[in-house]
Structures are given as structure tokens and as C-alpha cells.
Design a protein. Sequence first.
Length: 216
Amino acid sequence: MPRIFRRALIGAALSLAFAAACGYSPNPEDGTLKCGSSNACPDGYSCRSGTCWKNGGTGRAGTSGGGSSGTAGTTGNGGSGGNSIAKFVGLWTFVSAQSTRTRECTDGTKETTTPWADYFDVAAGPVAALSTDYYCTWNLDVASNGNATTIRPGSMCTKPDPNIPTTSYTWHGESFTLTTTNGVSGMLEASLPYDYTTALGSGSCTMKFTGPVTKQ
């Protein structure tokens, strides 16, 4: 996460330095100017779902750059779409004693792991309002109430096992719902089915994660 923030700050600094050198001081209407590299916007603006919005302005809700839900950058927490996105961004850790991972496979395997001690990063964009990398990279929109994430339908990826070259996994994003009202604590409910292929055969499993989380 610190690396993501550093890239964003560098991009913004370069953009602002160029603007100052040229005497350029734009004042675009909310949602009309596309964000630059690393979500950079002019001074006094923030990037929301791919376009620049005035800081502290209410405006209208921004829309996502793709998909059918169109809920990225929706309003919440005082009517600011930026606030509803910003409160999700950060490093979240499970409250392990109250969290659980379950796994059920077509070969009859059933497993419950509790406590579950793990973490995940949530960052802004670049495809949807938010993204997280948890077994796979998932693009997340913000629900209409501004307090929960919704995964983009049809999300998937294929990755090899880092330790077993003959094994690979294809992950499917069924759900990744991070709910928070204060941007400090919340609840995660995620379902990540996957198919696997090994030298001995193939099958499928579904992993589910449930538990309270806190932002570090």
C-alpha cells in the first residue's frame, strides 16, 4: 500500500509542477476532466472513478468506467462521493479471533479455519472505484448507500501455484463485500470459488471469508 500511495503522490506532484510552470490553473466542472497518471488532478480536486471532482463539493455521484452497475463514486457520508470511496482505501486486517475461512471442494473436502489471521489492501481504481488483491485482483464498486463494496460481475483470473509448476488455479469473484460506516472498522463477507488443475486431475472449491476487520 505505501508503494501505491508514493506513486500517486509522485504523479500528482509532477502534474502540479507542470501546471505551475505553464501558468495553467484549470477550474473544470465536476466530472468533466479525466484524471491523469496515478489518478492526478489539479490542485483542489480529487480523482473519483476516473474524473476530477472539487474537494468538499457535493456534486452528483460519479459513475464507473465500465460494467453494468454504474455505482462507483456514489454518494454517502454527508453526500460526498469522494468520502464514500476514501473510507475504504487502506490496509485492512481481520480480527482473527472472530473471523473464519471455510473451504468446500468437489472431492468432498470440507474445512473450517478459525481464528483466521490475514489482511488485504484496498486501493482506488483504476478500472472501478476501488480494487483489492486477495488471491486475485478484484475490481470493486461502491453500493448505492456508500457503505459497502460490490465486486464486478464475471471477475476472474488464472494463476500458477508458486511452488508446484504443474498446478494452476482459476479464481472467480462471487462476492467481496466490505462494509464500513466510519472507515476504521467494518465487516468482510467474501466468496471466492476456484477451479484447480494438477498433474493428477482437476476439481473445484469454494472459499468463504467472514469476520470483522479493522483498518491499520
